[in-house]
Structure formats: structure tokens, C-alpha cells
Design a protein around this ligand. Structure first.
Ligand code: NI
Length: 155
């Protein structure tokens, strides 16, 4: 069970994520953005676009949970999404999405009544998932990909 203070820290994390991502990615050259972070893994460019893909899905899932009774949370094929043409665009396109999205996401979550955190949706692969669990999951998701990016040496 998440305490109110823990939750506020997680929401602050959601709010601050785009600037953390932008300062980290900004240290790499254009050529490095197209280098797999490790053999067989995504490039930084694909990771940045994946973060936009994943986080707008996350935002929509939370809004469905807040506005419907136990909605279905549809999985999507993230590897197939990362192969589509838009994953080759400049990273700035997804920075813009993430900036707006995370600001709205944090604002949506910041003032929810306690009871709303127990609302849940049904994920077709993982079963019943509460808003509380999704918040922790998406904070972890962002952090995991920041760590993944850092695997590519800057020099
Ligand atoms: Ni991911």
C-alpha cells in the first residue's frame, strides 16, 4: 500500500521525467542516437520514441480507469511499434509529446481523492491492476530506460 507521501514523490517523478530524459539524451551525438545501446538492443532514438509510445498508453490507461468501471487495458506490441517509420524521426518530436503529456499526467494525478487509487483496470496479460500499481510501474519504466540509455558510453 502506497502512503500519500510516497505517492506525491512518485507524481513528482512523473512531472520531472521529461527534463531528466532530455538532459541525458542531449549529451549524445546524432550518430550515437542511432547506435544500439548494447548489441541487439534498441538505439537511443528508438528508446525515446518508445517512451512516448509507452507513456501515452499509460496515460490513457489511467484515464480509462478513472472514468470507467474496470476497463480493459489493451496490450500492444511495443517491438512492432518501435519498427514503424515514426521511430526514425528526430528525438525532439517525442520530447515535445512527453513534455505536454507528463505535465497533464502529473496534474491529473496530483489531486485525486484517496479512494481513486484503488480503482483498477483489467490488463489482458497481467490481470487486475490498480491505479496505485500503475503509477509505480510507469515511474519504474522511465527509470529503467534512463539506465538503459546510460549503458552507451558517451565518449
Ligand atoms: Ni519500455
Amino acid at each position: 500500500m502506497t502512503t500519500a507521501a510516497e505517492r506525491q514523490a512518485l507524481i513528482a517523478h512523473i512531472h520531472d521525467f521529461p527534463s531528466k530524459l532530455e538532459s541525458l539524451v542531449g549529451q549524445y551525438s546524432e550518430a550515437q542516437l542511432d547506435t544500439p545501446v548494447r548489441p541487439g538492443e534498441w538505439t537511443i532514438r528508438q528508446i525515446v520514441h518508445h517512451l512516448a509510445d509507452a507513456h501515452f498508453n499509460g496515460y490513457i490507461r489511467m484515464k480509462l480507469i478513472l472514468t470507467e468501471a474496470k476497463p480493459i487495458l489493451k496490450p500492444y506490441d511495443q517491438n512492432a511499434w518501435a519498427q514503424l517509420k515514426d521511430s526514425q524521426l528526430p528525438v525532439q518530436t517525442s520530447f515535445l509529446i512527453l513534455r505536454g503529456l507528463h505535465e497533464r499526467w502529473a496534474e491529473t494525478l496530483a489531486s485525486l481523492p484517496e479512494a481513486d487509487w484503488e480503482r483498477a483496470g483489467v490488463h489482458l496479460e497481467n490481470g487486475l491492476v490498480t491505479l496505485d500499481q500503475l503509477l509505480a510501474l510507469y515511474v519504474r519504466h522511465g527509470e529503467t530506460h534512463l539506465d538503459q540509455i546510460k549503458q552507451l558510453s558517451l565518449s
